[in-house]
Unconditional design. Sequence first.
Length: 351
Amino acid sequence: MKNIQKIENVVKISNSYKLALNNNNLTASLAGLEPTLWRDGKYDIFSLIAELKTNNTFVDITTNGSALLPFSDKFIGSGLSKCRVSVHSFDQKTYSRITGKNNLNNVLEGITRCSQNNLTMVINRVLLKGFTDDIPKGLEFIQKTNINLKLYDLWWVKRIDENYSKYYIHWQDIVSKYITENTSHTEVKYVNFHRNRIIFHLKNGGSVDVKQFNAEQHQRINKCKNCVFNNKCKETFASYIHVFPNGHLTFCNLREDIHLDLKPMLDKNISETELSNYLKSRFNEVIGSDWQKRLKETDLRFYINEACNYKCSFPNSEGYGSLWCLSSIRTNESWNTINNFEEEKTANNII
Ligand code: SF4
């Protein structure tokens, strides 16, 4: 049995976080592994969205899109402020080799139907070297549907270390090759603490969006400067707040060892005010005295279950070291990785 987050806990954490930040415009992001598979007794994903919205929280979701077409009416009527769909290739063969599924057309049809019915749709795409020839097809699709395509560099994790350089390609290479010639104008969205966003507005509608890693910012943040993954990581500490089904709240993708354990408090059914006070004091300790300003730029993301119907892997590789989906990295593995790295660092002085 895979772990899930209970509906009352997701709502309680989200309300307490909102209270701690004094932020009435909070968006809770529902993600990983595949949120549409989430169930808590009689509740499904649409009940969870409705419950968060009843609590005056905006909600968005990241999904692989497999439920989009069959449940398009529910998605359209759900009140989601945004729906992100992972489409890691616009070529059916490559898509199948990555995901193990043959339903690309179905996913794209679901995106089109939802977009035509005014649900804001975004496509997330992780770039894999050698498997980007389909980008023009993708550009055609996003221009036709007038939606946004987000390009992500492959994220390093220890288990894909051997494959990493083989499949890594910087988004800049893709922008130069395919995007620039289709761009009417470029916009940069600046933030103070994390990564700026560059948006390429396309001539025929739609846009392409990338995040720009800021190495100087990385060095200014103590947690990052002294981190064992400093030269592998492309984000900054506290650019995401993640909450996992085991009750751990973390501050970045690679350091699950730096976390708050909310489970004992949730088990005791503490009040939202008490939980909010706990968060305030711990954020101050872990992030620093400017935590409120920094978290204003941060997404609150719930990994609501530990199940997925896809197995996103490198197209030409098999096995454990081929599973690159960042969402599938779970606590024990992350901690072991950190311990191994600490040992290697001491033994070889390599980092
Ligand atoms: S893993 Fe976390 S602490 Fe380490 S450099 Fe990245 S953001 Fe900073």
